[in-house]
Structure formats: structure tokens, C-alpha cells
Design a protein around this ligand. Structure first.
Ligand SMILES: NC(=O)c1ccc[n+]([C@@H]2O[C@H](COP(=O)([O-])OP(=O)(O)OC[C@H]3O[C@@H](n4cnc5c(N)ncnc54)[C@H](O)[C@@H]3O)[C@@H](O)[C@H]2O)c1
Ligand SMILES: [Zn+2]
Length: 366
């Protein structure tokens, strides 16, 4: 079990990662919260609750009030947040209530956002149940929902009181979800942790075989990387932007495929290939490093094949939300374990990178 500390100007809390936390949640929560309040809500979704609800409830003297969000990105809406807020109000929720978000990144983002606005903000705890949620979305305090106009356009910075990431719970996660989530760990290694890159290269079978010790190692290192970046730049005014490595083109691919073909991590996997290509052409990484890192991405694949045209992806890239004033921000690795943000990637560089990536993605991979 490993404990990683988040300490920003607005919040200080522990992220605990280890096997078997699910059976002892209540006492663990009491250690951070004090005696649990009369109204404890748990937001989850029916499939997760069906698999893990019993284990979750085990340690609670009084069961929390369960609320459900249907699985799927299309349910990450203001409308559903309102429905949850009303359920909480009707069940007697007040300022002293506690909310637990038990699920993947969708449940975490929606739960965190609801907690941030119910009665102007009540405490919440994250119990992430997907790999992606454990290494990424549950840490750092970004919450929110989608609008028809775009993803994550509404939300808040609102940190949890604690995060309990149970590796055992990943046992029921579909393989594709695991591999996609692992792309965020590949990202973590490339931008800030050489040792993690080396470990993931050398332990592919153990990690993909869900060996608990290996998973714990990768998860804890990824959380440590994210926590360290968030601690230095909570509001994404500088350093935190490096977490978007692979995401500029990744978001474009998600958008160009109507969020239907690719899981987020898969899009980021292809996006990293494109960004690595730009870095190679600029010489911030060597050809040998490029080959090594592209191989690492495919070790944790297969990434889905793509049938897209270059101009469509390039156009979608220019429309990314993270762009300010029309400038395409790009995170480029510098060697292995370091990265920087540039704003001067030319149309020709971007086209060449997308062309290379689509070439690789057109080969039979999946
Ligand atoms: N707040 C942030 O900083 C941040 C960062 C990255 C991503 N996100 C958000 O996270 C969301 C994606 O999260 P995700 O990848 O966890 O997807 P998800 O929440 O959709 O979960 C993926 C699927 O796995 C199922 N599932 C969850 N846990 C399971 C388990 N233990 N066993 C079996 N099935 C399980 C879910 O029901 C769902 O069908 C997106 O909405 C994205 O915008 C937020
Ligand atoms: Zn991501």
C-alpha cells in the first residue's frame, strides 16, 4: 500500500493506493473525516455496484444512501447533476453531508461537481474503480460535466478529502479499459519519470496480467507524478499543461470519431505518437528515443486502427479547447522523463505528424 500526498494552496489530502481497501473504507474515511455524518451518499453506477456493492458496504455500520448514474459519457450532463442534487435534498442532505464517488472517471467528475455545488460545497471522497480514474481523474481536483457544445465545458476545481484507489477492484475491469488507462501511465513516464518508462518496458506481462504488486507500482508512480505536478501548479497556469502530452491530437481524434470509436486513453496513445513525431523532427528527442517510446505505446496496445483523413484531424486539432487565442499548444518530450510546452508548431509540422500517425494507424493493428 502506498500513500501519496497532494498539497496545493487550496487542499491537502492523501491518495492511498493498494489492494483490498474496499473492505475497510468506513474506518479509513473516519480517520480523515472524523465520525461519519448522518447522511453519507455514494454515487456509483449499477454495473459497478452489482460487482462491488456488497464489498463496499461491508465496513459501514449504517449503509450510505446509494445514487446511480447510468454508464456512458452521454450521461455526464448538467441534467443528471440536477437530478442528483434533488435526490440529496429530498433525502435530507445538508451541509454536513458527505458524498463518496465510487466508479470510473465519469462518476468521479459528476460526483465531484455535484459535491462542489450542493449547499455551496460539501466534502467528498473518491473511490476510483477504473485504472484511468485511479491514476488520473480522481487526483487533482478537476470536476465537471459536458455540454452539447463540447466535453468538460462546465465544472469546478474542487478537491476530495481523500482518494482510496483499490487495485483489487480493477480485477473486473475489461482488458480494453485497462490498456487504455495504462496510456496515461505511459504518458506520466515519458513526461516526468524515466524509471517508470523503464519499469513499464520491462514488466509488460506482469502489468497486463494484473499482478497486484506490478499494478501498484505503476499506479503509485503515476499518481505521484500527477500529484507532484498539481502541487506545483494547481490551476494549470504553467507546469500542469504538460499533463496534456498526447492530448492535443488525442482530443482531435476523439472528436473526429464522434467519441464512438476510441476510448480516451486510446486516443491519447495515438496522440502521443503524433507528438513524439514532432519532437523527433525538432530534435528534442533522438530517433532512438522515438523508436523506443513508440514501441512502449504499442506494447500496451493494440490501439484501434483509424480510417481518417489528415485534413479532418488537423482541423479538429486547431479547435481544441485548450488552445488560447487560436494558438495550438503542444507538449513535446525532451529526452525521456522531461517535457516542455511550445506554441509554435507550424501547420506543416502538424500535418506531417498526423500523416505519420495515420499511416501507423492504418496498418493492421487491431
Ligand atoms: N477530472 C479529471 O482530471 C479527468 C482526467 C481524465 C479523464 N477524466 C474524465 O474521465 C472520464 C473517463 O473515465 P473512465 O475512463 O474511468 O471511464 P468510465 O467512467 O466511463 O468507466 C469505464 C467503464 O468501466 C466500467 N467500470 C468502472 N469500474 C469498473 C470495474 N471495477 N469493473 C468493471 N467495470 C467497471 C464503467 O461502468 C464504464 O462502463 C471522462 O469523462 C473524462 O473526461 C477526468
Ligand atoms: Zn487523459
Amino acid at each position: 500500500m502506498q500513500t501519496i500526498r497532494v498539497e496545493t494552496p487550496s487542499a491537502k489530502y492523501d491518495v492511498v493506493a493498494g489492494s483490498g481497501l474496499i473492505g475497510s473504507l468506513a474506518p479509513r474515511m473516519e480517520r480523515v473525516y472524523g465520525k461519519l455524518p448522518r447522511r453519507v451518499f455514494v454515487l456509483t453506477s449499477a454495473p459497478i455496484w452489482g460487482l462491488w456493492g456488497q464489498a463496499f458496504l461491508n465496513s459501514f455500520a449504517a449503509p450510505p444512501i446509494a445514487m446511480f448514474l447510468p454508464p456512458g459519457e452521454e450521461h455526464k450532463t448538467i441534467k443528471n447533476v440536477e437530478a442528483l442534487l434533488r435526490q440529496m435534498a429530498q433525502a435530507g442532505g445538508d451541509r454536513g453531508s458527505l458524498l463518496i464517488a465510487f466508479g470510473g472517471g465519469i462518476v468521479g467528475d459528476v460526483g465531484g461537481f455535484a459535491a462542489s455545488i450542493f449547499m455551496r460545497g460539501i466534502p467528498y471522497i473518491q473511490v476510483p474503480s477504473t485504472f484511468l480514474a485511479q491514476v488520473d481523474s480522481s487526483v487533482g481536483g478537476k470536476t465537471g460535466v459536458n455540454l452539447p457544445e463540447g466535453k468538460n465545458l462546465v465544472g469546478s476545481f474542487y478537491h476530495p478529502l481523500a482518494v482510496f484507489a483499490d487495485i483489487e477492484v480493477l480485477g473486473t475491469l475489461p482488458d480494453r479499459e485497462l490498456r487504455a488507462g495504462l496510456m496515461e501511465s505511459v504518458k506520466a513516464g515519458i513526461i516526468r519519470d524515466r524509471a517508470l518508462v523503464r519499469y513499464m518496458e520491462g514488466h509488460t506481462d506482469e502489468v497486463l496480467g494484473r499482478d497486484p504488486k506490478s499494478l501498484e507500482k505503476v499506479i503509485a508512480a503515476s499518481i505521484r507524478m500527477k500529484a507532484d505536478v498539481v502541487n506545483r501548479d494547481e490551476r494549470e497556469s504553467g507546469l500542469r499543461m504538460i499533463l496534456n502530452f498526447g492530448h492535443t491530437v488525442g482530443h482531435a481524434l476523439e472528436q473526429a470519431t464522434q467519441y464512438k470509436l476510441l476510448l480516451h486513453g486510446e486516443a491519447v496513445g495515438w496522440g502521443m505518437v503524433a507528438a513524439l513525431f514532432v519532437a523527433r523532427e525538432r530534435g528534442t528527442i533522438s530517433r532512438a528515443q522515438f523508436d523506443r517510446l513508440e514501441d512502449l505505446i504499442h506494447l500496451y496496445g493494440p490501439l484501434p486502427a483509424l480510417k481518417l483523413r489528415v485534413p479532418k484531424v488537423v482541423a479538429a486539432t486547431s479547435g481544441d479547447k485548450k488552445n488560447v487565442g487560436g494558438v495550438t499548444r503542444f507538449v513535446l518530450p525532451v529526452g525521456i522523463g522531461d517535457a516542455g510546452v511550445v506554441e509554435d508548431v507550424s501547420a506543416a509540422e502538424l500535418e506531417a505528424a498526423v500523416e505519420y500517425m495515420l499511416g501507423r494507424a492504418g496498418e493492421k493493428r487491431s
